[in-house]
Design a protein around this ligand. Sequence first.
Ligand SMILES: Cc1ncc(COP(=O)(O)O)c(C=O)c1O
Length: 475
Amino acid sequence: MPAFPLKGESRESILASVADARTRDLTADGRAFAFIYDAGKETRELAKEVYAACMPINGLDPTAYPSARTLETGLVRTCLELMRAPEGAVGTATAGGTESVMLAVKAARDFARKTRPEVTRPKMLLPITAHACFHKAAHYLDVEVVSVDVDETYRAKVDDARAKMSKDVILVVGSAPSYAHGVVDPIAELAALAKEHGTLMHVDACVGGLVLPFLREAGLPTPDFDFTVDGVTSLSMDLHKYGFAPKGSSMLLLRDRALRDAQYFACASWTGYTIVNSTTLGSKSLAAAGAALAVIRHLGREGYVALARRMWDATSRLVALVEARPDLRLLARPDMNLFAFTTTEGDLFELSDRLTERGWHVQPTYGFGPSPAHIHLTIDPTNAARVDDFAKDLADCLEGLPRPSAPPPEVVGMLGMLGAEGGGAGLDASMLMASLGITDGVLPARASMIHRILDAAPPEVRERLFVLFIGELFT
Ligand SMILES: Cc1ncc(COP(=O)(O)O)c(C=O)c1O
């Protein structure tokens, strides 16, 4: 059958095939502790309608599509207010947290190019707990990452950042909170350090931006992380996470316009129309941003506060449960509703397999630096409603949990080749996948052995294997 159809197909048949393709996807049924951020059917339906209504808008040219300006400035104003930004602060709607972060790094790099001639090799002070997208930004934009250590609570060590500060540092980064452990870095101290050295400070509030302010409103002690903190110059916050908007919506906020000018890209050096792009995209959909603003208007502050409180209550119950068990260990007390725990003796990845068999989706995560292999849980309103079921299954799954067993030596040997010079060039990717039990891009039902092998492997081997794996999926 040719892939490109000769004749058109009926609407019904197309919709049926899409539904069919989606049968194994995660859904907002309260069983997923990663990926899903869902505020319920009513909000979801509204977002869908507004998304469809905004689908034709092209933000590439806000003079041709004035609605792009109305929607984006409306969303920016709302987010600036929530982040207590001063007069003169500005923002840009982006397609996701990664794009917000990449643009923040670009703005910092290009701002330094214009204003700081002493910078010869741009560097970014980055806690090891910061999201991987900062490494991606560094890679794309040729900015060097200077890793900052964390303390026993997984918060950035300010002393280490201070020791590593140099004239080349264009940006200091802090998370509010970090994804893995759910803890907020010492933002005020990091921002003071940045300011003292005449450099910029970005707060990554991709997960926390639409939760922490509402937890504060609900009366919980919440660390300051926004523009009220002196020295914070930019901030990212995702609407497609705890804003409960459809995927494709995030926000980059900047303390002033001069910094945002460095984020923009303009080009008149070709034969076509002159462009000025605020983001990495050219043609830019406003559908998700429109839906995000609609969800905010629909839920209102009160709605977000109620949801934040519900998610925090569920998190507190789970955290207490983990802390009470001698066979589990909480890695850090979280500042909001996502956290990490590990086993003290039993096989963590076997635990994750057992939870999967019972229909839960948790995120097994490999060790890195001082952070051991762990299970990550992100709490949203849907799984918050099911924590008692989850707690019961967790207790059952911990019954008789074996200690980890050694991985098969032949697979370990093959993986070793990935770490060698050339990244295992010439290695048969399909054969390697088969030896791991991965057939046709589908992980085996029990993945603990794969996880154990990867947990023991260095980061470069993990990266190489994931490239091969995803490459196999899309071949
Ligand atoms: C703290 C943090 N920053 C950035 C990102 C990247 O966001 P996205 O996946 O929307 O690109 C994430 C995603 O989980 C995150 O948790």
